[in-house]
Design a protein around this ligand. Structure first.
Ligand code: PHE
Length: 345
């Protein structure tokens, strides 16, 4: 009878030792930590392979195979032990007098993205494909970024268009995503294009078409030659891609101190098809997309020379767009957190 090599004896003993430990593991946690010690990356059995250089060359193949076999054997033994422990746990639960195996299970409730998130993600995808950055700017802003930089000085009547939540620090909750325009101009060398979606706040009475907290997506494109035609074409692409149908739009001149010329882009109300409803204040049309060419003063505030650079900007009413896409009659439903409403999407 040939003498067994030392390493073989050692492996056989390891198998016996692990078998005993596994049989002794009385709980799943103990089994798990044992598994890590035996088979984990830094565990004992994978560690055996490091000894190959010390094994006589003619034995190395057999040694490797023996270690692999040990590993497989220990893994299978652990799995079998785990089965036994799990079954014991279930059996114990069944013994529990308060456990009723015939009880009707409550249906699982699966979550899903909020409609605002869905539409925002669609918009981001469309604009990313056109080379736009997607930026995230603060909701607490300085008076400068929200107003001054946008050509809205303190005495300007336009400040009343946006009743503001002021903070004691003198900062404010941004009243529009336009607050990011000058930040973006300082952040990126021209030319660039970016959208910045986010929450905005207005201190105003709420009704079916007004909410104190709502969502906008700002768009800003800075380049050497920028035209109203290009702006409108981008807006049309956006709207038909998001609403997935042809929509009637109309353009009116609109006044915003930070654009010149400025426009209001309205769409035919998709909730009432133009008959007039709460969503469109009975007008049949909805202001959805104010936009225009960036005012030279704003370019200057952003450190750009208006002789060299131009831009267009839009401030999409994301909340309204969601209402139009899904036919939601009241903006307050969007942030109301009512699951009866949200589970319809
Ligand atoms: N910031 C404006 C608002 O919220 C909308 C706007 C954005 C208008 C960009 C023109 C250009 O009312």
């Amino acid at each position: 009878m040939s003498e067994l090599p030392d390493w073989q004896i050692e492996i056989d003993q390891a198998a016996i030792r692990w078998q005993a430990e596994i049989d002794d593991a009385a709980a799943l946690e103990a089994l798990r930590s044992l598994e890590v010690r035996a088979l984990g990356k830094a565990g004992e059995i994978p560690g055996l392979m490091k000894r190959i250089p010390q094994i006589p060359p003619q034995d190395r193949k057999a040694f490797g195979q023996a270690v692999n076999a040990l590993q497989a054997h220990v893994a299978a033994t652990i799995e079998a032990r785990r089965q036994v422990l799990v079954e014991a746990l279930i059996a114990a639960e069944l013994q529990d007098a308060t456990f009723d195996p015939a009880a009707v299970a409550l249906p699982l409730k699966l979550g899903h993205p909020h409609p605002l998130s869905t539409v925002q993600a669609d918009i981001e995808a469309i604009f990313t494909s056109m080379g736009f950055h997607v930026l995230d700017y603060p909701e607490i802003e300085s008076e400068f970024d929200n107003f001054e930089a946008l050509n809205i000085p303190g005495w300007h009547p336009a400040r009343e268009m946006q009743d503001t939540f002021w903070l004691e620090s003198g900062h404010l909750l941004r009243t529009h995503t336009s607050a990011g325009q000058v930040r973006a101009m300082h952040q990126f060398p021209a030319p660039f294009r970016a959208i910045f979606p986010g929450k905005v706040y207005r201190y105003e009475a709420t009704d079916a078409s007004h909410e104190h907290t709502f969502h906008q997506v700002e768009g800003l494109m800075i380049d050497r030659k920028v035209s109203v035609g290009h702006l409108l074409d981008s807006m049309r692409t956006l709207l038909s891609a998001i609403l997935q149908r042809e929509v009637e739009i109309r353009l009116r001149p609109g006044y915003f101190p930070f654009v010149e010329p400025g426009f209001e882009l309205d769409i035919r109300c998709q909730v009432c098809a133009g008959d007039g409803c709460s969503a469109c204040k009975r007008r049949g049309w909805l202001e959805l997309l104010p936009c225009g060419l960036v005012h030279p003063n704003v370019l200057r505030a952003g450190g750009l020379d208006p002789e060299e650079w131009q831009g267009w900007a839009f401030g999409l009413g994301l909340s309204r767009l969601v209402m139009m896409r899904y036919g939601v009659p009241d903006v307050r439903l969007l942030m109301g957190g009512d699951l009866r409403f949200l589970s319809q999407f």
